[in-house]
Design a binder for this molecule. Structure first.
Ligand code: ADP
Length: 197
């Protein structure tokens, strides 16, 4: 049994794997790992990053410190994993999204890589359920409508190709973000589909 709650929102099945959308707070998710929209320093910040460290306690930051001391700042598009501290999720996967610079600086590719790296790490660690926030659409300024198409497309591609993950859930903080992801799941505009990235 995956340590996940029952389906709560719209979704799509890929064989035994489910991609699902829900509204709420990422930090309360009962999944194997939640994904942090971190910055390269891994030293915490605002937005979802701050919320994760507040809810999870100091164990997460301690491990982040060790990682940065050993391997340096985390480049955008890559992911690392730590304990979940006091969170219901056992692990936190930290990834660094692209800062929006107009869209012609590789932002879609980097954003897609955040989702792929996080899912690859989760699979490598034998996890079966993962919850994501909407990476880069807060402080990093990525327009949510476009980010949603990239995010949903990247996750769908991974699950479509066959993954040991059984549940990937997007947890959207606002109604308007949720609607953007719902539209992306229903099939975004053809010229912005992720297969063109
Ligand atoms: P970034 O720096 O990658 O843009 P932010 O944390 O600023 O990351 O924002 C990413 C998204 O996470 C935003 O849509 C923001 O509303 C959302 N967010 C903030 N707190 C939470 C939370 N506790 N649970 C889920 N999403 C959250």
């Amino acid at each position: 049994m995956p340590s996940a709650e029952p389906a709560t929102g719209p979704g799509r099945d890929f064989g035994p794997s489910r991609l699902e959308l829900s509204r709420g707070d990422l930090t309360g998710q009962h999944v194997d790992a939640i994904v942090n929209a971190a910055n390269s320093s891994l030293m915490g910040g605002g937005g979802v990053d701050g919320a994760i460290h507040r809810a999870g306690g100091p164990a997460i930051l301690e491990e982040c410190r060790r990682i940065v001391a050993a391997t340096g700042p985390l480049p955008a598009g890559e992911a690392v994993i730590t304990v979940g501290g006091r969170l219901p999720a056992r692990h936190v996967i930290h990834t660094v999204g692209p800062r929006w610079r107009g869209g012609n600086h590789g932002e879609p590719q980097t954003l897609a890589r955040c989702y792929r790296s996080s899912l690859a790490l989760a699979a490598e660690k034998g996890l079966s359920s993962v919850a994501f926030p909407s990476i880069s659409t807060g402080a990093y300024g990525y327009p949510v409508e476009e980010a949603a198409v990239v995010a949903v497309g990247a996750v769908a591609d991974v699950l479509q190709a066959g993954s040991p993950l059984r549940l990937v859930r997007f947890v959207l903080f606002s109604e308007s973000d949720f609607d953007a992801y719902r539209r992306a799941l229903a099939g975004g505009p053809a010229d912005r589909r992720p297969d063109r990235i």
